[in-house]
Design a protein around this ligand. Structure first.
Ligand code: NG6
Ligand code: CA
Length: 504
């Protein structure tokens, strides 16, 4: 705590609890990693020295051990984070192609609009993956609706993922460096005649796919989807983290004198993993580990910008990720061969695409010097609660009609409540449910293991119940020993789904 003695005296004299006496709401910087697993940071078990800046954030902040994304893939998690609605309530919230239309209705209350309406300057930097336009978007014209229509004052984003076309940046309503003489064509339904593809022209590749990813070739890497034109607008993979980080730092500096919300959604550590040359070999784990080092560098640059501008104490930094880790996600990048003893999901089972805890259990740190006591919290928290919780932070507590799954757990985020949610629904295709230490996965006929990524999905023909306190790795199914709990969690899931409970 950095409270000065006279302030403490004032609290005592006036009877104001120190915790309720924070001044203005802080700036908020949300660093949202892509596919970064619970165990990918040193503070959660990765080798010492891999993530020094994340470690610093954890030392100075509150590290959560039971924090979640809503889902085990990107688009649904981002949908839940932005809207405060569980994505599985909505059709069309699965992993989107790069030419998908915006899936959040313009004008809807979102995490961004909550801040904007409270007088914050808001910006989205990095990965978007929530769709752009309203169908049949012309990439050479005005790109709308998008981030600016759902609460951001400005944006500098990629449309979808690093491995999907179009491989260009969008600033506000326009593709960066677009050239009317070289129009951009994007399609997902069929190849574009005359354009090379990874499948037809593997000799042109510097990074080869292990599965999928054999369509358009951009920057020597074959991607998902087809694209033509826009040569000057195409990104260079190795410069992506530098580009996004520079945008973020510039936004912080430019807004030093007013409240701001920065949503910094990195491309790291998603595929294709092509970090800048200076990170190569840094991790000893190949490009996936080097991408973690690059992500950590981004975190360091953000912290440095806050230090340099004198904004560290008045800024809440939240660091988390959109879904669990995956080792081979479609490129032959040596991630499997060089993994060694590293455990991307930490002590948890599964990862990206999985109903086991590794799917949604995220690294999660909140730093707000002088306001949030450093330490760890076991509270069950979820990104779906950001809308309601941050609305409370900026003084707008109350029901937001469209954020129907978002609960105000600000006290948990600030370290004043060690419990958090009573129950939580986890999504990976199908659903699983948490109640305190208990985790229930209903019977499911889906594949137990995804052949391409070697993911343990959590699907099984029999219902599964795990005691995560005793067995965080979900290795011992205790459903048969606790029929009452199975029934309770089944009911929790049915209630969340809004279905009348049918006893089985
Ligand atoms: C999958 C891709 C995977 C990744 C994922 C989305 C293939 C074979 N696999 O379909 O590489 O892009 O979609 O990842 O195409 S996410 O983090 O954006 O959800
Ligand atoms: Ca992701």
């Amino acid at each position: 705590m950095t409270l000065r003695p006279w302030i403490i005296v004032a609290f005592v004299t006036l009877g104001i609890p120190a915790s309720a006496a924070s001044a203005a709401p802080p700036n908020v910087v949300l660093i949202y990693a892509d596919d970064l697993g619970y165990g990918d940071v040193s503070v959660n078990g990765a080798r010492a020295g891999l993530t020094p800046h994340v470690d610093r954030l954890a030392r100075e902040g509150l590290r959560f051990t039971d924090a979640h994304a809503t889902s085990a893939t990107c688009t649904p998690s981002r949908y839940g984070l932005m809207t405060g609605e569980y994505p599985w309530r909505r059709q069309g919230t699965g992993v989107l192609p790069g030419d998908a239309k915006l899936i959040i209705e313009p004008g809807r209350t979102t995490l961004a609009s909550v801040f904007r309406d409270a007088g914050y300057r808001t910006m989205a930097v990095g990965k978007w993956h929530l769709g752009l336009g309203s169908g049949d978007l012309d990439w050479n014209g005005r790109i709308a609706p998008g981030p600016l229509e759902i609460g951001f004052d400005e944006c500098f984003v990629m449309a979808a993922t690093g491995d999907r076309v179009p491989c260009v940046y969008v600033k506000d309503h326009e593709v960066v460096n677009r050239d009317p003489a070289d129009p951009i064509v994007v399609r997902y339904d069929a190849a574009i005649p005359g354009e090379p593809t990874g499948r037809a022209n593997p000799e042109r590749l510097r990074l080869h796919p292990s599965h999928g990813h054999d369509m358009a070739i951009v920057d020597g890497v074959s991607r998902i989807g087809f694209m033509k034109g826009g040569e000057k607008a195409r990104w260079t993979d190795e410069a992506m983290a530098d580009t996004f980080t520079a945008q973020a730092v510039e936004f912080i500096r430019r807004n030093r004198d007013r409240p701001f919300f920065l949503y910094l959604a990195t491309h790291d550590v998603h595929v294709p993993r092509l970090p800048a040359a200076r990170f190569l070999g840094k991790s000893g784990m190949g490009p996936r580990g080097d991408a973690i080092a690059e992500f950590d560098w981004t975190v360091g640059e953000v912290l440095r910008a806050l230090d340099d501008t004198g904004l560290a104490a008045s800024t809440m930094v939240v660091l988390t990720s959109d879904n669990g880790p995956v080792v081979d996600d479609g490129y032959r990048d040596q991630a499997v061969e060089k993994l060694g003893g590293h455990r991307p999901a930490g002590p948890f089972r599964g990862g990206k695409y999985s109903k086991f805890e590794g799917g949604t259990r995220m690294p999660f740190i909140v730093r707000w010097p002088g306001r949030v006591q450093p330490g760890t919290s076991p509270a069950l928290v979820c990104q779906v609660d950001f809308v309601a919780s941050f609305a409370a932070l900026v003084g707008r507590a109350g029901t937001i009609a469209t954020a129907l799954d978002s609960r105000d757990h600000l006290r948990a985020l600030l370290g004043e409540d060690a419990k958090g949610r009573e129950t939580l629904i986890e999504q990976a295709g199908g659903l699983a449910v948490r109640r305190g230490r208990w985790k229930f996965i209903p019977a499911s006929s889906g594949a137990r293991i995804l052949a391409n990524t070697a993911t343990e999905t959590g699907n099984a023909p029999a219902p599964q119940l795990y005691d995560l306190d005793a067995d965080p790795g979900e290795t011992r199914n205790v459903a048969a020993e606790h029929p009452d709990l199975v029934e309770q969690l089944r009911r929790d899931l049915a209630e969340a789904r809004g279905e009348p409970h049918r006893s089985k």
